[in-house]
Design a protein around this ligand. Structure first.
Ligand SMILES: C[S@@+](CC[C@H](N)C(=O)[O-])C[C@H]1O[C@@H](n2cnc3c(N)ncnc32)[C@H](O)[C@@H]1O
Length: 620
């Protein structure tokens, strides 16, 4: 069956939410008063308001769970401002299964219920585990629409449900819960409407004032910890940001002191994304039983969500673990454990998910990148569109070659980790802007003059950068950078070997060896950043921004720790060069799977070298 929507997509994106909310209001009131007793009737009315036509009202579509289908129709910005993103159901199922294990709960809480997916999974498992024991579920959401959708989604279980359309922090809850499960909203502290009230509530409940930059999800977590009954269980899916961020120090401290953290599961994967909101997420599993400083907290990192059964076993069954390690390796999963007394909330915890137990900051064989390289921002033209030209433009204006230099203009024109002449020619053939108008003397050439006159007509000579030059069109001078780094990065930081004589604009910083001899290390350097160790040192250096866009300053890059390549054997350096070349060749061919072999080998080469230096610090 096809569900079609009559509205134009433009109208839907920008006006949909306000409009339907107005219309939905009546329906919500009815649903609240329980005047609409039939789920089908509710669904039908909702479809009508949403302007969705349905060919066959008896179709099974009526029985499906509403989440992304409806949420997708709501303007993304609006959803983002309310923190509305749906938990993938296999993660919801994992969390529900864990909280219900060995529990006969009477009171269950979801403080930010959204479309109800977590509670749906609870209800599925509770029937298996609990028989028909009496239990009540309390679900909060500030948003009317979410409450309505949950009401429809969980219609058959409405006897067990209290859906409360209120701000969770304003509810002055006095009771405690056997189970708390949540995917709380991710809204940055500067975007939260009632921030001071939330801080007040949390501060009253834990007796600590949290940092004013604390993300809303962390306020939910800390508050909920205080609402958990003795021996109760809590599972939250949240961004991993607090593990490394400054505001997280107090959050980690409160958790360590007050509650037994069973496991932290860090998803370093693109298997699912919360619509760009967070790139790396974390499941926090908490059990409010007694614990001692000797209690081991499980740190699990996975690069896929397809091994949740294995993760469940590792979390719940200690026979999978021996001497702090997995008895048998599990693909895509790294396991470490730390005693409560070993953990220091003031330190960054993301690196603890690595099984190498290393602390690069204190390893003498690592040096800041700035020791061997200078990092310099790209050329700022003052008017990229004017000072860079395509092949057809230089032909049209008859600009002589001697005034032109090859240039890389846009980050999206490049696919890391290498840029070759072949790539450059491809861009040229596509008529992209690949020439920089590079003039360092007053001009006599008539055709260039004509082109410059058009710049004056457009008042390009009056812009801040151009008017501060001796002659407005004189371009700043730069050497070609053999290695480039993207200035804006989402997720992994991208380094590129520049195998051409192209200059670069400000979308890249250039990385220049301080000494010609260090050119020898360029491929090894980029290989290092392809390895898991490079990812770790980048992460250690740069504050963890979750899914945000990271803007790197040259000084940030110079601080990143790299191995001291001068200590490497020739054989290792040559092998790293070969791995890099084979990796780039295969990734160009699109054989992603075959490239993994070389990443493994690169990891292996660095792994062997670092094992020698690795050590275990008493306090992490
Ligand atoms: C990330 S969604 C969670 C949805 C659902 N629990 C899930 O797992 O898919 C967060 C929900 O919290 C709601 N919310 C935001 N601030 C809230 C507050 N202060 N009190 C209660 N609910 C809130 C939003 O409307 C949104 O539906």
């Amino acid at each position: 069956m096809i569900i079609t929507c009559k509205d134009s997509s433009f109208r839907l994106r920008y006006y949909f939410y306000e409009e339907i909310l107005k219309e939905l209001y009546g329906l919500i009131i009815m649903a609240k008063r329980d005047e609409v007793l039939d789920r089908k009737k509710l669904v039908y009315q909702l479809y009508k308001i949403l302007n969705i036509t349905q060919d066959d009202t008896d179709n099974t579509e009526f029985n499906t769970f509403f989440d992304s289908k409806i949420l997708n129709k709501i303007d993304f910005k609006r959803r983002k401002s309310k923190g509305q993103f749906v938990t993938p159901s296999i993660l919801a199922n994992f969390m529900a299964k864990w909280v219900l294990l060995n529990q006969k709960p009477k009171k269950i809480l979801d403080p930010a219920i959204g479309t109800g997916i977590l509670i749906k999974e609870i209800l599925k498992s509770i029937k298996k585990e609990n028989g028909q024991n009496k239990f009540r579920i309390y679900g909060f959401d500030r948003d009317n629409l979410m409450i309505l959708i949950t009401k429809i989604n969980l219609f058959e279980n409405k006897g067990h449900l209290d859906l409360i359309n209120e701000d969770f922090f304003e509810n002055n809850l006095e009771e405690k819960f056997d189970i708390i499960i949540a995917n709380p909203p991710y809204i940055k502290s500067n975007k939260i409407e009632r921030l001071s009230l939330y801080h007040q509530v949390v501060s009253n409940s834990v007796g600590v004032d949290l940092d004013k930059f604390t993300g809303l999800y962390a306020l939910f977590l800390v508050y909920c910890v205080t609402l958990l009954k003795k021996r109760g269980k809590l599972a939250f899916i949240i961004p991993s940001e607090f593990l490394n961020a400054n505001y997280g120090v107090k959050v980690k401290d409160i958790l360590l002191k007050n509650i037994r953290i069973e496991a932290l599961i860090y998803f370093d994967t693109k298997d699912f994304v919360f619509n760009d909101v967070m790139s790396s997420c974390l499941i926090v599993l908490i059990d409010n039983s007694d614990f001692s400083p000797e209690h081991n907290i499980k740190f699990i990192k996975t690069t896929t969500i397809n091994n949740l059964d294995d993760i469940f076993n590792v979390v719940t069954d200690n026979s999978y673990i021996k001497d702090g390690k997995l008895k048998q390796n599990i693909a895509n999963l790294i396991y470490s454990e730390y005693k409560v007394k070993q953990l220091n909330p003031a330190k960054k915890w993301i690196s603890l998910f690595s099984n190498k137990r290393k602390n690069y900051g204190e390893l003498e064989h690592f040096i800041p990148l700035g020791f061997y390289y200078k990092v310099i921002r790209g050329i700022a033209t003052g008017a990229n569109n004017f000072f860079t030209l395509s092949e057809s433009e230089i032909n049209r204006w008859k600009i002589p070659e001697r005034y032109l230099l090859p240039i890389i203009t846009k980050a999206r024109d490049i696919s890391p980790p290498i840029f070759t002449w072949h790539d450059y020619n491809q861009l040229k053939n596509d008529d992209k802007k690949v020439y920089l108008l590079s003039i360092e003397e007053e001009i006599g050439n008539a055709s260039v003059k004509r082109y410059l006159d058009t710049g004056i007509e457009q008042e390009i000579d009056k812009r801040y950068l151009t008017r501060n030059r001796r002659i407005w069109y004189f371009m700043e001078h730069r050497e070609v950078a053999p290695v480039l780094i993207k200035v804006f990065n989402r997720g992994k930081i991208q380094f590129i070997l520049n195998d051409t004589a192209c200059l670069n604009l400000t979308s890249f910083h250039g990385i220049y060896p301080n000494d010609k001899r260090f050119m020898r290390f360029n491929k090894a350097l980029i290989s290092f950043f392809l390895s898991e160790y490079g990812e770790d040192t980048v992460r250690l250096q740069l504050r963890h921004y979750g899914g945000g866009l990271k803007k790197l300053e040259p000084s940030d890059v110079e601080k990143i720790l790299i191995p001291d390549f001068t200590e490497f054997s020739n054989a290792d350096l040559t092998r790293l060069d070969q791995c890099f070349e084979q990796y780039t060749e295969l990734s160009r061919e699109g054989s992603q799977e075959r490239t993994l072999k070389f990443i493994d080998e690169i990891n292996h080469i660095f792994g062997n070298l670092f094992e020698h230096y690795s050590f275990f610090e008493e306090t992490m």
